[in-house]
Design a protein around this ligand. Structure first.
Ligand SMILES: Nc1ncnc2c1ncn2[C@@H]1O[C@H](COP(=O)(O)OP(=O)(O)OP(=O)(O)O)[C@@H](O)[C@H]1O
Length: 607
């Protein structure tokens, strides 16, 4: 039962992923409730004592109070008026001090819980990004994810704070209602009737704001999409004179956000003014009711003081309910990202991988991107990568080469067929231990915003400088780095844009070389590097005595000239495979002449 109440209070639906993340702070709910109860009770007692205090000041005795209140007055009545004034004054002050202290503790406690739960939610979201399979990122827009991480996560944390506010205000309202009943039950009935009317008005607004909150989230995603696109494509935007069009698009998206937020503000403003009018009607009704019932002044005074304190609670509850409704879209978005169902699972496998001692075999592997019905990117593809040899993956654009690379890196998994590593299915290997033996350098080098050294040692954190320098030498970039004023500590800028395309690729190569992996994958990794430098790099790798099983995807004939074997694919199916020279000769491929001219590949035996 308590659990059910807690779940209803917490953001997110009961049993939801958000509940799973934040439930460890659910114990804070009864603590906040207790502290609120104590603070309001102390305040209520202080206000209650105003009745005898006023009675003393006006030299009259209220006739209506009963029970505890009457007893207090009677007790105080045994002393002379001056002493009574001092006693009531000191006691009221004591209550106020104690109440303020508890209230401050409660506020700090809520901030602590809210901060920690918010932190946990953000941390769970970031963890989730690593716990879903890579295909998720192929299907989902970056903007939606960015919006959830940067905006919606904060709004959910705000929602939690708002819920605490509702709890505090609701408990205070409850205590004050009891106090009002003690002071005068008839007037209290008028208040309760007024509260019911106010609540009815509010429910209608809350529903409309809830609907609007989904629109706010949606328009935020549109805006984020536009912003991401502008930053990503700034070069193309300038070159193709699209500044005005893109600015217009951004302005339209921004206008969408403004409009949906304004609609919420508009609804809130109307709700507020209706609330003000309803409260004024309530006050006037009370005064008339009190007059007709012949209520004494001290009683009416205390009642009005309680009601005066009650008023911000009603406003607070009303505002918080609307604010909460406005965050429902955000809660849904965060819930969606945290929910693992319907999202691709990350690669699994329990067997540790130590070293490659045999071939890598693609055995009738098929893979289709996205939904069923699309043409497969790979269809029943079979070939063998011999250990210690360099194999060129050859095929026209869109033939499936990068898909083969993604499968090897276990970013995606075959729909059918198997990839065998020394005879063991790849999907049985622990992905982390498998990837620890991979070195990948590609045309889109994923450089991080850090120093050159941080980028090279990204796969081997804490690597010795000597090893880093050696890897940089092999990638033919050491001298360039050495000449920079900050050397290896030079920052590369966002996505390495402070370097030229060729320099970026060399840093990417050094990163792959530093690991000295068993399997080296060069996915168009030298296409921005001139032929001579490329030849120098590949010769250095060859002469270093390190003989990884290498997969090369390149459109450069000069790169292919360094390969032993070739696998030719077309529209995801195998055309042929074998020693590269034989393939070149049999198919009269365009690079055959260059292959023969540059180098006669010698078959190297696997170690
Ligand atoms: N994320 C994706 N979503 C849907 N289809 C994709 C995706 N990535 C690739 N494809 C499709 O899969 C097929 C193979 O693509 P792949 O990138 O593997 O080819 P490629 O040989 O590496 O091409 P290129 O030489 O141009 O890089 C293509 O038809 C492509 O359109």
């Amino acid at each position: 039962m308590i659990n059910r109440i807690l779940r209803a209070f917490w953001p997110g639906v009961a049993g939801s992923p958000l509940w799973a993340v934040s439930r460890r702070y659910a114990w804070a709910v009864p603590v906040v409730a207790l502290l609120s109860f104590l603070a309001t009770t102390l305040e209520g007692l202080g206000i209650g004592l105003l009745i005898p205090l006023m009675g003393t000041l006006l030299a009259t005795q209220p006739t209506e109070p009963t029970g505890l209140l009457a007893t207090t007055i009677r007790l105080a009545g045994t002393t002379d008026p001056n002493t009574r004034l001092v006693v009531f004054g000191v006691v009221i002050l004591g209550f106020v001090v104690l109440k303020s202290l508890i209230q401050a503790i409660n506020t700090m406690f809520i901030a602590w819980v809210d901060g920690r739960a918010g932190n946990d939610i953000r941390s769970a979201l970031s963890l989730q990004l690593f716990n879903v399979g890579f295909p998720f990122f192929l299907d989902e827009g970056r903007a939606r994810l960015l919006n959830i991480l940067s905006t919606e996560a904060w709004r959910v944390s705000d929602a939690l704070r708002t819920r605490f506010k509702i709890l505090v205000d609701a408990i205070s309202a409850l205590v004050f209602t009891v106090l009002l009943l003690i002071i005068n039950w008839k007037l209290t009935l008028i208040v309760v009737a007024g509260a019911v009317v106010i609540r009815t008005i509010q429910v209608n607004f809350v529903r409309r704001v809830q609907t609007m909150s989904d629109e706010v989230s949606l328009s935020n995603v549109h805006l984020a999409e536009r912003m991401v696109r502008t930053i990503d494509a700034i070069r193309a935007i300038h070159v193709f004179n699209q500044e005005e069009q893109e600015h217009r698009n951004l302005a339209v998206a921004s206008e969408g956000v403004r409009r949906s937020l304004f609609e919420i503000e508009r609804l809130s403003a109307i709700a507020w003014s209706m609330l003000e009018v309803a409260l004024a009607v309530l006050f006037i009704g009370l005064l008339i009711g009190a007059h007709l019932a012949g209520t004494s002044f001290p009683i009416l005074f205390a009642f009005m003081v309680v009601l005066y304190r009650f008023q911000p609670l009603i406003r607070g509850l009303s505002g918080a309910n609307i604010a909460l409704a406005a965050t429902e879209g955000s809660v849904r978005e965060v819930e969606w990202l945290l929910d693992p169902s319907g999202k691709p699972a990350p690669p699994r496998g329990a067997l540790s991988f130590w070293r490659l001692s045999g071939p890598i075999v693609f055995d009738r592997v098929s893979f289709t991107y996205g939904s069923a019905g699309k043409a497969p990117a790979l269809h029943q593809l079979s070939f063998t990568l011999e250990r210690g040899r360099t194999t060129a993956l050859i095929g026209r654009s869109g033939s499936g080469k990068s898909t083969v690379v993604a499968l090897l890196c276990r970013l995606i998994e075959p729909d059918e067929g198997r990839i065998l590593i020394d005879g063991v299915p790849l999907n049985e290997l622990d992905p982390r231990s498998w990837r620890a033996h991979l070195g990948l350098a590609g045309q889109d080098v994923d450089l991080i915003d850090g120093t050159i050294r941080e980028n090279i040692e990204y796969g081997e954190p804490g690597a010795a400088l000597d090893a880093i320098v050696e890897a940089a030498r092999m990638a033919d970039i050491h001298e360039f780095i050495d000449d920079l004023p900050d050397g290896y500590q030079t920052r590369v800028g966002t996505r390495g844009l402070g370097l030229s395309g060729g320099q970026r690729q060399r840093v990417g190569l050094a990163r792959a070389f530093l690991r000295r992996p068993d399997i080296l994958i060069l996915d168009e990794a030298t296409n921005a590097i001139d032929g001579l430098s490329e030849a120098a790099i590949l010769s250095l790798v060859r002469d270093s005595g390190w003989q990884p099983t290498t997969i090369v995807v390149s459109h450069h004939a000069s790169t292919l000239a360094f390969c032993d074997d070739g696998v030719v694919i077309d529209r995801g199916t195998l055309v042929e495979s074998g020693p590269l020279l034989e393939l070149a000769a049999s198919r009269n491929m365009s690079f055959a002449a260059e292959l023969n001219g540059v180098r006669q590949p010698t078959s190297r035996q696997a170690q």
